[in-house]
Ligand binder design. Structure first.
Ligand code: UT7
Length: 353
């Protein structure tokens, strides 16, 4: 049997998959993007038949006109896989070239195994490690920050970061204050090495658990078993103090963006585009005003998908690029906020096509 000393020496001398000795920082960025949403469309008109609401109220208060809803057989892993495949095609990489899969989600299909392990297997990412990450609607930016570290240290060469949600499964369809807001979908980014001073320039991550009760789903954890019976849907679903979350969100977008810009030595005037979490156009307009950023430089597609939590930023980024609003050399701010409470921002110098 191999001695412990010899085995430890062998492990230490094994080359990391990234092939870098561990000195210096490898610049990391996004090499490919993809998104995937369910086919089923739920319009505001449909919602008028379910709860006492109106298209006019929803559009005026939020900007949302429709959202996508997963079919009965469609899982978070299915959506995540669709987005991952599109991102790999975009990056022109094979699944076996991925070293790590991170899925940001608050709607995993089961307590365990992680959605990321299911995706890793179904994708054929045979060499990849996998784990999930939960940071509410800030989850995708948190996952970008975590994934970027693996590239920057040279430990890994390619990390697949996915935001995927089936929020329709934790929505109380009798509560008009919340059920009009959410939708299902997934978006993904392949991270890898980029040129010097390109890709991720800075991150800002934060949390204030003092606001945990403002936005939560409590049952389902070991401390609070799921409720069964006729009132199960109301109890096992999203609860939100909308007004409080609104105020928090406007402040979080402004302050986190400024912190991330400051760390990169940049100012609001340097930004070509902000791609924020898509929760509500009024939040984005108010935050943009406070930042002195004209709304033409704030991307929004909330009218088509509603709030898809951790999936909203990568879906928006993918669509913004498809619309020609993200070009090589552009400076972008990706900004998330949500349950936790959490917030997260990232400044990116776009390198891809
Ligand atoms: O992903 C991050 C987390 N989520 C968010 O970012 C959401 C943050 N919050 C919001 O976007 C807004 O607070 C909402 C869109 C949720 C609500 O907008 P609001 O302007 O804050 O409305 P409100 O809660 O103050 O309600 C105003 C009125 C109330 O009626 P009364 O008490 O004035 O008679 C509500 O009962 O609107 C009523 N209302 C509705 N009416 C028609 C609430 N929901 C609806 C509805 N349709 N769907």
């Amino acid at each position: 049997m191999e001695s412990l000393t010899r085995s430890a020496t062998r492990l230490l001398s094994d080359p990391w998959p990234g092939g870098v000795g561990g000195t210096g920082v490898v610049p990391a960025g996004i090499l490919g993007l993809g998104s995937y949403v369910p086919e089923r469309v739920l319009t505001n008109r449909h919602l008028e038949e379910i709860v006492e609401t109106s298209d006019e109220w929803i559009v005026t208060r939020t900007g949302i006109r429709q959202r996508r809803i997963a079919g009965p057989e469609e899982s978070t892993a299915d959506l995540a896989l669709g987005a991952a495949q599109a991102a790999l095609r975009d990056a022109a990489l094979e699944p076996a070239e991925i070293d790590l899969v991170i899925v940001a989600t608050v709607t995993g299909d089961q307590p365990f195994p992680a959605v990321s392990s299911v995706v890793q297997h179904r994708l054929g990412a045979t060499r990849a490690a996998a784990f999930d990450l939960a940071a509410g609607c800030s989850g995708f930016i948190y996952a970008l920050a975590v994934g970027a570290q693996f590239i920057q240290t040279g430990l890994y060469r390619h990390v697949l970061v996915i935001g995927a949600e089936t929020l329709s499964r934790i929505t109380n369809w009798q509560d008009r204050a919340t059920c009009v807001l959410f939708g299902d979908g997934a978006g993904a980014a392949v991270l890898g090495r980029v040129g010097e001073e390109e890709g991720f320039l800075s991150f800002d991550l934060g949390s204030d658990g003092g606001g945990a009760e403002m936005l939560s789903v409590v049952p389902g954890g070991h401390g609070h078993p799921l409720t069964t019976g006729s009132d199960a849907e109301q109890i096992n679903s999203i609860r939100m103090a909308g007004g409080e979350v609104f105020k928090f969100a406007v402040k979080a977008v402004e302050e986190s963006t400024l912190r991330a810009l400051g760390r990169a030595g940049l100012a609001v005037s340097d930004l070509d585009l902000m791609v924020p979490h898509q929760a509500n156009n009024r939040i984005l307009e108010a935050a943009a005003k406070r930042l002195g950023l004209d709304t033409g430089r704030v991307y929004s597609n909330v009218e088509r998908y509603g709030n898809t939590s951790a999936a909203s930023i990568p879906i928006a980024l993918d669509e913004a690029r498809a619309e020609g609003k993200v070009r090589p050399g552009d400076l972008l701010a990706l900004v998330g906020f949500g349950a936790g409470l959490t917030w997260a921002s990232c400044i990116v110098k776009w390198t891809g096509r």
